[in-house]
Write a new protein. Structure first.
Length: 185
């Protein structure tokens, strides 16, 4: 029999009030609270918190607190990912981010999905993983919704709502986000 955590990570319906999941969220929120309270000069303390928080990439991530997430352990960052102020990553499923990707202020990466059936929604939810490639730039205030893949070198315009996959090497923007043009040298 699968645990609620295993169901959650597999994208199945799960009970978010399962004690193991509640403890995981409490752990992440405590780490985020400590991270958000650090001063710029406390680089060693900040780095240690980032290593503890993320599933991968805490060694090289460049973070401008405040930052918020659900679990942290489901976030896999490549080399030198940058999060500007006030970013939120709700990682009930895996969130993968490639090398040298940049997030503007106030970006939200959201994997949770709530069932349309109200009775079911009272008890369970599910999620869809998000994959963001390398060298992506996500403009301030963008929302990246569950199940989306963004290709390498894409640029997402500020304030965009990304509801479907974005191919590599394009500028995409709007609500809903759509490809505007290819990025050329």
């Amino acid at each position: 029999m699968s645990t609620e955590r295993e169901k959650m990570l597999a994208g199945g319906l799960y009970d978010p009030f399962d004690p193991e999941l509640v403890a995981g969220r409490e752990r992440a929120r405590d780490l985020c609270q400590a991270l958000n309270a650090t001063r710029e000069s406390e680089t060693a303390a900040r780095r240690a918190l980032l290593r503890d928080l993320f599933g991968a990439g805490g060694d090289t991530v460049w973070m401008q607190p405040p930052f918020f997430c659900d679990y942290g352990t489901n976030i896999e960052l490549g080399e030198r990912v940058f999060f500007n102020f006030n970013c939120v990553v709700l990682d009930v499923c895996r969130v993968r981010v490639g090398d040298f990707t940049l997030f503007g202020p106030g970006v939200q990466v959201l994997t949770p999905v709530h069932p349309m059936n109200a009775e079911l929604r009272r008890r369970e939810e599910y999620g869809k993983p998000i994959d963001i490639g390398a060298d992506v730039w996500v403009g301030g205030g963008a929302l990246i919704l569950p199940g989306v893949t963004i290709g390498d070198r894409a640029v997402i315009g500020a304030g965009s709502v990304v509801t479907r996959d974005v191919p590599a090497g394009v500028l995409a923007a709007g609500n809903p986000c759509r490809v505007i043009r290819e990025i050329t040298e």
